[in-house]
Design a binder for this molecule. Sequence first.
Ligand code: NAI
Ligand code: MG
Length: 356
Amino acid sequence: MREYSIAAIPADGIGPEVIAAGVTALESLARRLGDVKFSVETFDWGSAYYRKHGAMMPADGLATLKKFDAIYFGAVGAPDVPDHITLWGLRLPICQGFDQYANVRPTRILPGITSPLRHAEVGDLDWVIVRENSEGEYAGCGGRVHRGLPEEVGTEVAIFTRVGVQRIMRYAFRLAQSRPRKLLTVVTKSNAQRHGMVMWDEIAEQVSKEFPDVTWDKMLVDAMTVRMTLKPQSLDTIVATNLHADILSDLAGALAGSLGVAPTANIDPERRFPSMFEPIHGSAFDITGKGIANPVASFWTASQMLDHLGEAEASARLMRAVEKVTGAGITTPDVGGTATTKDVTAAVVEAIHSSN
Ligand code: NAI
Ligand code: MG
């Protein structure tokens, strides 16, 4: 019996709804396969915890998480707590503390889900966006002086290090190499940002020499939005900075039909620390408690988690079940269906058990 310990942090808004759905799917996979077990421990960290304790998680939160095999994360964000507190109080400390420098975001149009792109169908859009997740524009470097005075200054400095850029480029080239098309697009903005981004381009060029079988090109981030929209078939693996990939992956999620289906993995490729798996979407307080949150992103990221843990069969089985269910039109309102979170989850559980 292979056993994995998973720390679940459902946190805010629809986080608890979609993580509960995902845990149900994991339990069902364990029952179906028989030789694998997931012991899930759930932590009540997030905005409610913040209101009680003045912090999003306990001071020794990272030490607690460190012993788990993986972290399964919902979303943070509450109407009455500032976003920079919820984000910097929980999700970012985990990503940075555990050096999860590769943020991996697969996008596909799933069966039964319609892309807002008139000519894009299942198979036309099959991307993986690799986001640099440890530095760049979100390094947290900067400050404010002369607060409130007319001469107040705020700086937000993007940090690019050779080590940081090299490791994300290597990760992206390796991932591109593992995919059938062996195709990588490096996103940049070196025309306007002439220091860090020029170094980014140079390192991409250098790392590319280690991967002669990968075809790669370079795209300015603004032009990239156009290419994603007009020629989605021309892209496969994509690597971009923290900020650029943050924006591009929201676009990718929307083009694939809904943010509610888009997953992400925060990976420490060296496996010194647990990696963290989460839906891309936020806490969606406009639909919290209504029972209609789309659990597909949560299932898909659970499948990424299974892959990372080396459980390729369970991962593939889960995605087959999800695609069977979306293909049968059992979907939530954000993608045009009428099913509830529970309906979709029950259908996925049924598909996990009935497939061979
Ligand atoms: P959001 O992703 O929560 O919601 C955007 C829109 O998509 C909403 O209309 C929502 O109903 C819909 N949506 C999102 N996920 C869905 C799902 N699974 N099923 C159906 N519909 C879904 O982004 P928004 O509204 O900008 O932010 C809300 C809060 O979430 C903010 O506090 C924000 O800071 C936080 N946030 C947290 C993230 C995280 O924890 N990683 C990521 C993005 C936002
Ligand atoms: Mg985002």
